[in-house]
Design a protein around this ligand. Structure first.
Ligand code: ATP
Length: 584
């Protein structure tokens, strides 16, 4: 299949602001694909070269792309830089500069999708001395054989700024419609995605095989499973009620980063909840885990920074020092961490997710049966009475925890699902204040007064997975120091889009700048109110009204561990609102 077809589809997708149209374009291109190209098309649509957990980065600097564009177009580097400064996108610059290219080019080889994909893979593998020249050579081999439209998208792919406005759930819809004829089979595909985290592979299996095959995709080592999530309760009473008399365990809830550890005979790898491979960042944990004599496994836990002097847990922010790309060894020394395991998904070559929680924990206890300084089991206790839960909460808070997790003892591990089998209880609840929410930044207003020249307030949105859409919930301008505002603004620059994103529903509301939903920040608000302005839960509680946060305030936490699609959901917000009504 020729790359030109994909480029034309990308062009149409870039221009639409309707999610239904996006899905239609996707279905059209997927139906025209072949078994050789289907997975590659899916990855390219995601602006990637493979599933998230393989994170093949192209690592091409802008100046290399500018140089190759100079070679392909005949314009000088300086000219291109000027045009780039104006437009802000080298793909768009290439589109303009290469408009008349084929009037002067005598022969060229029409690019296939395979050729583009393979060349991008080659670029991602180049390293060491001479790598810049080699990357230039590969990029030019593509540009010399492409039209200006193809060049535009090749450069966007290379620089990682293809913004089609498409996310996993929309792609799942399109795969389901294309190869099963019905959207309703998305549920089956979703389960496969939750255990295998690879949309390209699911599409290929479905294209070449059957729905049954996809249905039985197993959990496998070194392929991260999408994590099971928790619902929230307003207080201990509410949490126990939700467990409706079932045996349950309360566990410390630590404010660190969730890690999935995969271990075979020879290898250990660590993944975050957004499926990023962070093995290199936590080599101290890997080395410690190697000392544990155990069979193959996949386990989950929370990595947390600790104060070396007191042994107490430190807040999430100190852990972020461990996520840097350079000088990792120094960070390992300066910011010690421990891993607190709380679940087991796979052991001794067997999927354990269908075992009840207490049995999974028992196996974990057998594996981690000795004192280890860095690898521990999360502190846990069986609870039946409110008093026990309250007492355990006090102890947890004293030790630096965020609160407790209440877990149904009989529950299986349900990958990617948010259910009442796990309930989070945070200390903030005890003051009857609302919990923090993690919201995606979808727009911004220009700053005034002190903030002239910067953003003044951000438009935030919650997520609705069924519709794969972001709904607005508030504007926030408080809680930002100058430094953090600067940082957020800098990071948002790469996500600026000309019009509202197709997966954002903002009703009538207008704002100065729109962003692709990427950056997630943590917000505290004491109350949720009905609002005619925002679209969260629009018409679901009261006709003509949505829900909004009253007095929202940024807590200082940028949620780098979350994708926009991991933002707080509309359903969670509705639940908080309903509870709030009851407590009045
Ligand atoms: P969510 O995971 O619900 O989307 P979030 O990332 O903001 O939201 P919280 O709402 O604070 O996190 O709680 C869930 C997270 O708590 C888990 O994803 C995990 O990282 C962490 N956690 C800490 N302790 C535990 C525990 N004992 N069991 C499960 N998760 C825990």
């Amino acid at each position: 299949m020729y790359f030109s077809e994909l480029a034309e589809t990308f062009e149409k997708m870039e221009k639409t602001s309707s999610r239904l149209e996006l899905t239609d374009y996707l279905v059209h291109v997927l139906k025209r694909s072949t078994i050789q190209t289907i997975d590659k098309i899916i990855y390219l649509i995601q602006g990637k070269l493979g599933p998230d957990y393989q994170s093949k980065e192209l690592g091409v600097a802008e100046r290399v792309v500018i140089k190759s564009l100079a070679l392909a177009s005949g314009y000088s580097v300086k000219d291109i830089q000027i045009k780039y400064n104006k437009s802000g996108d080298l793909g768009d610059v290439a589109y303009d500069l290469l408009k008349n290219k084929f009037q002067t080019t005598l022969s060229y080889e029409k690019l296939t999708i395979e050729k583009v994909y393979e060349t991008l893979i080659k670029i991602s593998k180049v390293s060491g001395a001479g790598s810049i020249d080699l990357k230039l050579k590969y990029i030019n081999s593509l540009l010399n054989n492409s039209t200006n439209l193809e060049s535009k998208f090749i450069l966007k792919l290379i620089l990682g700024n293809l913004r089609l406005g498409i996310a996993d759930f929309t792609i799942l819809d399109a795969i389901s419609i294309s190869f099963t004829g019905e959207k309703k089979n998305r549920k089956i595909l979703e389960r496969a995605y939750n255990v295998s985290s690879d949309l390209g592979n699911i599409a290929r299996l479905l294209f070449g095989g059957s729905l049954n095959e996809v249905e039985s995709i197993p959990i496998s080592l070194f392929i991260p499973v999408r994590p099971m999530l928790a619902e929230r309760a307003s207080d201990a009473n509410d949490a126990l009620k939700k467990m409706s008399g079932k045996i349950c365990y309360a566990e410390y809830k630590i404010d660190g980063e969730r890690i999935q550890i995969h271990k075979s005979d020879k290898k250990i790898e660590l993944f975050t909840r957004s499926l990023e491979n962070v093995t290199n960042n936590f080599s101290d944990i890997v080395n410690e885990f190697k000392k544990i004599n155990t069979k193959d496994l996949i386990a989950e836990g929370e990595i947390v920074s600790i104060d070396i002097q007191t042994g107490k847990f430190l807040p999430f922010q100190s852990l972020m020092h461990r996520r840097r790309k350079y000088k990792i060894d120094e960070a390992i020394k300066d910011y010690p961490v421990i891993l607190n395991l709380f679940d087991l998904l796979f052991y001794d070559n067997e999927d354990k997710t269908n075992l009840p929680f207490f049995k999974r924990r028992r196996i974990l206890e057998e594996i981690i049966s000795f004192e280890n300084e860095k690898i521990k089991l999360i502190t846990q206790t069986k609870v039946t009475e409110i008093e026990e839960l309250d007492k355990f909460m006090v102890k947890a808070i004293e030790e630096g925890c965020e609160g407790l997790m209440l877990k149904n003892s009989e529950s299986p591990y349900r990958a990617g699902a948010r259910e009442w089998a796990w309930i989070k209880l945070k200390k903030e609840y005890s003051n009857k204040l609302l919990d923090t929410l993690d919201l995606a930044i979808v727009g911004a207003a220009h700053g005034k007064g002190r903030r002239v020249g910067n953003y003044g307030a951000f438009l935030l949105a919650a997520y609705e997975p069924e519709e794969d859409t972001f709904f607005t919930i508030c504007k926030v301008g408080t809680g930002f120091t100058d430094e953090i505002l600067e940082e957020i603004s800098k990071r948002l620059k790469q996500h600026v889009i000309k019009n509202k994103h197709p997966r954002v529903n903002s009703g009538e509301l207008k704002i100065d700048v729109w962003f692709e939903p990427k950056l997630v920040i943590e917000i505290f608000s004491p109350e949720i109110t009905l609002s005619p302005l925002y679209t969260t839960s629009i018409n679901r509680i009261k006709k003509g009204y949505g829900l909004a946060l009253r007095f929202p305030k940024f807590t200082g936490k940028i949620r780098d561990d979350k994708n926009a699609e991991d933002s707080t959901t509309i359903t969670e917000i509705e639940n908080i609102y309903k509870k709030q009504l009851k407590s009045i």
